[in-house]
Design a protein around this ligand. Structure first.
Ligand SMILES: Nc1ncnc2c1ncn2[C@@H]1O[C@H](COP(=O)(O)OP(=O)(O)OP(=O)(O)O)[C@@H](O)[C@H]1O
Ligand SMILES: [Mg+2]
Length: 575
């Protein structure tokens, strides 16, 4: 894991190396200062030697300045290194997520992907900063200070030799106990983010169903869980403090006690005594720092693992080497296709599908909710791969195509479609970034969107809010259709894309398609029989299987499900 994370340091290697070097220099000055101080007291002040006082006074000032300078420099480098590292991490996982297939996304859930981009990276960034600064400074300070203490007085320094490892062991035990709890807490973060994201996204639904209280309850529950886990972990971590305080007090008492005796005996000067106390404090502060670093590393280890998981996730849909880039025509062939979202032969969502569509045909698909209408068409632009069997476009297995080339030719208006924040023009250009204004207007005319766009005050420059909340459902659908048309695809799939459009506009759209893009294969999934009855072929789906294929007239005669739906809709009134 560490190797993978470290590879994201990238061009910030220089800063990452310079930080600990400067920290090291800073440390040596910090250690020299008490030593100079001892000299100044013993041979300057106590001996009333003004020359030594001046020389060592100046030396002390220079050393302090240098310590401050190197401290600032190391902070500066650390800031660059850590934010650069976080930037690279974020980039790396963001790019990888862009390659994810639908099933990769199903696996992680959107909110977990977001948490990994934010909270988890922040944790790792903090740990990284601590590693290149504090984790270098603390042990160096401990070692330097110990050496100096030994140089001054071996007997007294032995006190450290007993106390430091004991304290170290205590801190280690605390940190290892806290780690699994932090790991659990971070997982609950995912859930919290999920609740928040879902609620904020669906705030209109929540409001209209007046389920705010239930949502608040759900949120509180998760919040409470995080609170409990974190407080459990923090309680363990909080043991650090009393342990430290106790050790500090004991060591100071011991040093004062034995130190006092040594001074009386003449084995220790007062200057040496003061510097020993300074070293004691430095050692203990460093130990405290080390324990903080340890805890942060523990917390971020869980985060680091989650980031690497996202980095390592390989998209399960990749283009082959020497993949075919040219889609010959819009013919489609399903050959004994079975499909399961979880790759399990016992949980098939599509069973034994055989279907042949000629280029340029219009195909209607009809069936109850959950009958796998969306599932069957998602296999054509290879949003998912078949579990067994094959799907061919233009006579070639979709898995043999370069994915981008295939998807450029198979344009799909998803059932759950999205507009992005930006102007109408910008949204349309998602379909084809090089589209001219004329092409855009032409596509919008076909999708019966041109008219209402012109009615907007800013026309094609009207700003669409995130998620398309400031256009009506039917307008959004028509914009999505226009966007798909701009690709000039060989196959156009509309998954329930005119459900919010009135029947008259719906039929105008179909008429425009028949006249203007006759060579494009059109697949129309719909709830209304009227949307598909003119199709060359209508497929009736039932529970993951094809229940019947034929024209409107044929199906009315032979297919029970189709006849039922038709009759219910005709009797239902205007349809
Ligand atoms: N991403 C997914 N992961 C797992 N199962 C899924 C996924 N998407 C759909 N399913 C399941 O596959 C089955 C078919 O769903 P599908 O969306 O194809 O139905 P549909 O015919 O399009 O329904 P509707 O008319 O409501 O759009 C359902 O049982 C559904 O629960
Ligand atoms: Mg569907």
């Amino acid at each position: 894991m560490i190797k993978k994370l470290a590879s994201c340091i990238g061009k910030y290697k220089k800063e990452t190396i310079l930080t600990p070097i400067f920290v090291g220099i800073e440390c040596s000055f910090d250690v020299i200062i008490p030593f100079l101080m001892a000299y100044l007291i013993d041979y300057g002040i106590n001996a009333s030697n003004s020359k030594i006082i001046i020389i060592f006074g100046i030396l002390l000032v220079i050393c302090s300045f240098l310590a401050i300078f190197t401290g600032v420099k190391s902070g500066d480098y650390a800031a660059k290194a850590t934010s650069g590292f976080a930037k690279n991490l974020r980039k790396r996982i963001y790019y990888n997520v862009q390659d994810f297939s639908f099933s990769n996304i199903d696996k992680f859930s959107t909110s977990s992907i977001v948490t990994r981009h934010t909270t988890d990276i922040n944790n790792v960034q903090l740990a990284f900063q601590m590693i290149i600064r504090m984790a270098v400074r603390a042990p160096l300070m401990i070692i330097f200070s110990l050496i100096m203490a030994f140089v001054i007085n071996i007997k007294l320094a032995l006190i450290f030799l007993v106390a430091v490892p004991l304290l170290g062991l205590g801190l280690y035990l605390i940190a290892t106990k806290a780690h699994p709890i932090f790991e659990r807490a971070i997982k609950i973060y995912d859930k919290l983010n999920n609740t928040v994201e879902e609620n904020v996204r669906g705030i209109r639904v929540v409001k209209s169903f007046v389920t705010e209280e239930k949502e608040i309850e759900k949120f509180n529950e998760t919040s409470e869980k995080i609170y409990k886990e974190f407080s459990k972990a923090e309680r363990i971590v909080a043991l650090n403090n009393p342990l430290m305080q106790f050790t500090v007090a004991t060591i100071i008492v011991l040093i004062s006690w034995f130190g006092g005796k040594e001074i009386v005996l003449g084995n220790l000067t007062t200057g040496e005594f003061t510097s020993l106390i300074s070293y004691t404090i430095q050692i203990l502060m460093s130990l405290m720092m080390l324990s903080m670093v340890l805890v942060t590393i523990m917390i971020s280890r869980a985060s680091g693992e989650r980031i690497v998981e996202l980095m390592d996730e390989k998209s399960d849909l990749v283009s082959k080497k020497n993949a075919i880039k040219d889609v010959k025509d819009g013919s489609i062939e399903f050959d004994n296709v079975n499909f399961s979202y979880v790759n399990d032969e016992n949980k098939l969502c599509l069973k034994d599908i055989n279907l042949s569509i000629k280029s340029g045909q219009t195909i209607g698909i009809i069936g109850g909710t959950g009958s796998s209408k969306s599932t069957i068409v998602q296999l054509i632009p290879r949003l998912y791969d078949v579990t067994s069997g094959s799907v061919k476009v233009g006579g070639i297995d979709v898995r043999d195509y370069d994915i981008k080339s295939l998807r450029d030719q198979v344009s799909m208006v998803l059932q759950k479609n999205e507009l992005f924040s930006g102007t109408i023009k910008e949204n349309l250009r998602w379909g084809n970034e090089n589209a001219t204004d004329e092409e855009m207007i032409q596509a919008c005319k076909l999708a019966q969107a041109d008219e209402f766009i012109r009615d907007f005050q800013d026309g094609y420059d009207t700003f669409i809010e995130q998620g398309g909340t400031n256009v009506s459902g039917g307008q959004k659908q028509r914009l999505c259709i226009a966007r798909a048309l701009l690709k000039k695809p060989k196959i156009l799939i509309l998954d329930d894309s005119t459900s919010a459009v009135d029947t008259k506009t719906d039929s105008l759209i179909r008429k425009a398609f028949a006249e203007s893009i006759p060579d494009t294969t059109k697949i129309i999934i719909a709830q209304r029989i009227s949307s598909v009855q003119d199709a060359d072929k209508i497929v009736v789906m039932d529970n993951g299987k094809i229940d019947g294929i034929g024209t409107h007239e044929e199906l009315l005669k032979n297919n029970e499900i189709y006849r039922d739906v038709y009759e219910s809709q005709v009797k239902g009134g205007k349809e």
